[in-house]
Design a protein. Structure first.
Lengths: 113, 112
């Protein structure tokens, strides 16, 4: 049973554009929603995370938007750069991140010049 | 360098064999998590240890086992290996309470 659905599977964005990746979850007990970035040959690295008591969190060019009623959250990458080309995973956890992470299936992002 | 060390980086072995993957968590991290990443299944949680005790179990096969030692390093043992066990195996560690894990670079296991 996939509890976190992620889309799109792949995304191509022009340099300087906005990259948007969406996730939806089913389990209302989830209370911690991180995004991970993974480069080839490396482990996933935490990019940004949000808790459901806020609707938006911004760190530099990365923003998470969270819609609790719709059980959806999304990652926006502003001014996308070629160095942002990677696979992005959304995830969800209970107990404020102290339990296992349930991951989405990943989005392969390619930023073209 | 994330601070989480996994060895070996690559492992090629035959079906039916047994292997051990090792993970050293970041200094001070008490929790260790093991994940399996395959092309068709994505990142799947296997098992969590906290300060030497098993804390949570995911979709871990009976052929797989793990433990966390007093120095907090962890080992994942995979036995009676099958072709379908070929995957990347990641270890992550965290401090409790924590708002994020730190992943190692993984061990790529190829079963031939």
């Amino acid at each position: 049973q996939q509890q976190v659905k992620q889309s799109p599977q792949s995304l191509i964005v022009q340099k300087g554009g906005i990259s948007i990746i969406n996730c939806a979850y089913e389990n209302t007990a989830f209370d911690y929603f991180p995004w991970y970035q993974q480069f080839p040959g490396k482990g996933p690295a935490l990019l940004i995370a949000i808790r459901p008591d806020v609707s938006e969190k911004k760190e530099g060019r990365f923003t998470i938007s969270f819609n609790k009623s719709a059980k959806q959250f999304s990652l926006h990458i502003m001014d996308s750069q070629p160095g942002d080309s990677a696979t992005y995973f959304c995830a969800a956890s209970k107990n404020f991140g102290n339990e296992k992470l349930t991951f989405g299936t990943g989005t392969r992002l390619t930023i073209i010049p | 360098d994330s601070g989480v060390t996994q060895t070996p980086k690559h492992l090629i072995t035959a079906t039916g064999q047994r292997v051990t993957l090792r993970c050293s968590p970041r200094s001070g991290d008490l929790s260790v998590y093991w994940y399996q990443q395959s092309l068709d299944q994505g990142l799947q949680f296997l098992i969590q240890y906290y300060n030497g005790e098993e804390r949570a179990k995911g979709n871990i096969l009976e052929r797989f086992s793990a433990q966390q030692f007093p120095d907090l390093h962890s080992e994942l043992n995979l036995s009676s290996l099958e072709l379908g066990d070929s995957a990347l195996y990641f270890c992550a560690s965290s401090v409790e309470p924590n708002y994020g894990y730190t992943f190692g670079s993984g061990t790529r296991l190829t079963v031939v």
